[in-house]
Design a protein around this ligand. Structure first.
Ligand code: 3H9
Length: 716
């Protein structure tokens, strides 16, 4: 096995290079060799100082996240972290000045290694951060104790609770970095280290005292941060845990604070929150790997794009291209519709500008990348067209037939359809290999998910190019199969079915929405429909009825169609599942009319409405999602359970700390999920049927993933 660390002496300085691609993660072997090599450098008469640097594109991106899975209990974690803390103290006690030379990222454990060095130098574009909170943990190698000593409690609190890295110049201004190196990093670091050695400088971070005033200010900052986290970190534990660890350090000495950090870390690392967030970290990277589309599949560089349809979705999609610097034609049928679409785009950018996130010049330059048109002129120059016309099969087929004649044969033809059969568009275009779905989620310029629907004939190059494009557009691309509603909306239909039926059985719209937002979703099912438009779903149901289908198995509630017939389309008409102050307003109040409709529909179906518990609402809705998710998987429309989790987290805001609907089902326990399905079948009818995959997994004693136990956070 290749050595993960290298040692050489250059110009009187020992250079320890961490070489553990791709990101120099701190595997146990890296920790071990680092310890050995710092000791070797101290014993090496040829070296007067030591530089630690990363090979490749980065310093150290943190601890090896996979290793956390081996920490099954708090005790495992306490044992392991005891070793790490002692190791970093040994390094810090180096008799020769120890300099961390940072490029790329110094994150998590990587920054903690740098903090244990006596000095830190960095290139200007290096990033420095404690992102552990994104993984449901806190810095566990002394970061909550050393970082506040370098930069003060206030910045340390921010970095450890929001997890965002700071650029090296900011880190320098704050005292984390000692020098920015302009030229070649290693040479700069060696010169710096020699100067420190000559001056006899060694600064142990753990010995930097907190002043009395700093302690008082730091404790106040801890209280203020807790208050602010109540709003920004609802449902999460780790950010609060990070504040506790920093506070412990302010209230005691380094060693006592470190013991507290280890205890808190140990509670976090075995928590469901951390398991869920770690699961998503890898799931997000796994989605880009499509088993039969190898890494070396040729891709095309998308340099010009076009979008057909300047409605809400089309406009948002065009913004994605413009934001990525790709010129885009935006086509509408007439000038009035085009003007309306462009005005919305401009308004969106101006809102961003008013929040200080864009300058006037950036708005103008980005808008200039969008060329409005009412014809197909220029379509022969583009590399991709995204169709975003009305969700109507005939209209879409006509559009694809036209696109097949006005674009180059190698142009990718993508459809933003949210439900319809991609293969029919592919046939209509005359070049099915170039066609796939690019299903964006509303608002398309904001939501990160891009569901890529693979038709029967979609070429591998088209998929590989789309995956590359997704990254460029700052989206998470997930390749799914071509079934009705694909993955996201097929499962959503079951989620909505349960919401409607729970309403008819006696729950209220505000109750159901509240329960789901308390569960962690940004918006409940009814609030979401009022935003998306009740008319959209109604038209899909009409189309399905015309081909003899329904969206989900089981009873079809008549309430949404009744609202549609009343012209209650949601926020845009000022009424939907809620009453709104005015059309377009978001200010909603419960509407007694909905209760009346629910009573009427319940009566028609012979149901006696009665109170429904919050627990039943969560159980019914999440069970419906997992059961249908298992079918999607078994039918081969998703590659892996984790792809479904990514779809739900990025498409519908399923709470990350619950890991997605499939991961959540594992934490509930698949035997419980199957038992619930059977109970519902007995209570409501045969439309509740356990998915075969669920039953198989239960009979084999497995989950969608390995066995996940719902270990509660232990607050030590
Ligand atoms: C921690 O440090 C706790 C401490 O307090 C110590 C406690 C004792 N481990 O993202 P990419 C893999 S917690 C294992 O596509 P990019 C990744 O899975 C850690 N693997 O690249 C992928 O593998 P594959 C705190 C890791 O250039 C490959 O590397 N640190 C790790 O877009 C490339 O990754 C973090 O949370 C890791 N730590 O972005 C930082 N990191 O090719 C996590 C990456 O097989 N990492 N991999 O799919 C990142 O944020 C990004 O990877 C980074 C590079 C910004 C560094």
């Amino acid at each position: 096995m290749a050595d993960v660390l290298h040692y050489q002496v250059r110009d009187g300085v020992a250079v320890i290079t961490i070489d553990n691609p791709p990101v120099n993660a701190l595997s146990p072997a890296v920790w071990e060799r680092l310890d050995e090599l710092v000791a070797r450098a101290n014993a090496d008469a040829a070296a007067e100082a030591i530089v630690v640097i990363g090979a490749g594109t980065t310093f150290i991106a943190g601890a090896d996240i996979k290793v956390f899975d081996t920490l099954r209990t708090r005790e495992d974690s306490l044992k392991r972290s005891g070793g790490t803390h002692a190791l970093l103290k040994r390094i810090e006690d180096s008799a020769k000045p120890l300099v961390a030379a940072i490029h790329g990222n110094a994150l998590g454990g990587g920054l903690e290694v740098a903090q244990a060095c006596h000095f830190r130098v960095a290139v200007k574009d290096a990033k420095i951060g404690q992102p552990e909170v994104m993984l449901g943990i806190i810095p566990g190698a002394g970061g909550t104790q050393r970082l506040p000593r370098l930069c003060g409690a206030e910045l340390a609190l921010t970095m450890c609770t929001d997890g965002k890295p700071v650029p090296a110049p900011k880190a320098m201004a704050a005292g984390i970095v000692d020098q920015i190196v302009d030229g070649e990093l290693l040479s700069g670091a060696i010169t710096y280290a020699k100067a420190r050695a000559r001056a006899g400088d060694r600064r142990k971070t753990r010995e930097i005292p907190h002043g009395v005033d700093q302690v008082a200010a730091g404790l106040n900052a801890c209280s203020a941060m807790r208050e602010s986290l109540k709003k920004t970190a609802k449902g999460l534990h780790a950010p609060f845990a990070a504040v506790d660890a920093i506070e412990a350090g302010l209230r005691s000495d380094f060693d006592a604070g470190s013991i507290r950090e280890r205890e808190i870390f140990a509670g976090c690392v075995v928590s469901t929150e951390s398991k869920a967030l770690r699961h998503l970290f890898f799931a997000e990277r796994e989605v880009a790997k499509v088993p039969d589309v190898p890494k070396d599949t040729p891709t095309k560089d998308i340099q010009r794009a076009a979008v057909v349809g300047a409605g809400t979705m089309g406009g948002g999609i065009a913004m994605n291209y413009a934001n990525a610097g790709i010129p885009v034609l935006l086509k509408e049928v007439d000038q009035a519709a085009l003007d309306g679409g462009l005005a919305t785009i401009r308004r969106n950018y101006e809102i961003t500008m008013s929040k200080g996130k864009m300058t006037r010049d950036q708005v103008d330059k980005t808008m200039a990348l969008i060329t409005p048109t009412t014809s197909y002129e220029g379509f022969d120059q583009v590399d991709i067209v995204t169709e975003a016309v009305f969700e109507n099969m005939t209209l879409k087929k006509t559009t694809f037939a036209e696109l097949g004649t006005v674009t180059r044969p190698d142009c990718i033809l993508a459809s933003n359809s949210s439900t319809l059969d991609i293969d029919q568009f592919a046939q209509a275009s005359g070049r099915p290999g170039q066609v796939l779905g690019h299903h964006y989620f509303s608002p398309a310029n904001v939501m990160k998910l891009l569901e890529m629907v693979r038709g029967k004939a979609t070429r591998k190059e088209v998929i590989a190019t789309s995956l590359k494009l997704a990254k460029k557009l700052n989206k998470v691309g997930v390749v799914v199969g071509n079934c009705f509603g694909f993955v996201a909306n097929r499962m959503l239909a079951y989620y909505m079915r349960e919401a409607y039926l729970l309403l008819e059985e006696g729950a209220s719209v505000p109750q159901i929405d509240r329960v789901l937002t308390d569960f962690g979703l940004p918006v409940g099912p009814f609030g979401m429909q009022d935003i998306a438009g009740i008319d959209v779903g109604a038209r899909i149901r009409q189309y399905l009825a015309s081909i003899g289908k329904t969206r989900a198995e089981g009873p079809q509630s008549a309430i949404p169609d009744r609202l549609y017939e009343m012209g209650r389309y949601g926020q845009k008409t000022g009424a939907g599942w809620y009453a709104y102050d005015a059309p377009g307003s978001r200010n909603r109040t419960p509407d007694p009319l909905i209760e009346q409709l629910a009573e009427e529909e319940a009566k028609k179906r012979g149901i006696m409405r009665k109170p429904i518990t919050d627990e039943e609402i969560i159980a019914r809705i999440t069970t419906a999602l997992a059961n249908e998710g298992a079918r999607v998987l078994d039918d081969g429309f998703a590659t892996r359970a984790s792809d479904i989790d990514v779809v739900y987290v990025y498409g519908f805001g399923f709470p990350r700390y619950r890991g997605g609907p499939m991961f959540y089902a594992d934490t509930v326990g698949l035997p419980t999920v199957v038992a619930r399905v059977k109970e519902y079948r007995a209570r409501f009818g045969d439309y509740w049927e356990p998915a075969p995959l669920l039953e198989r997994l239960v009979s084999e004693g497995r989950g969608f993933y390995t066995s996940v136990s719902d270990t509660a956070i232990s607050s030590v």
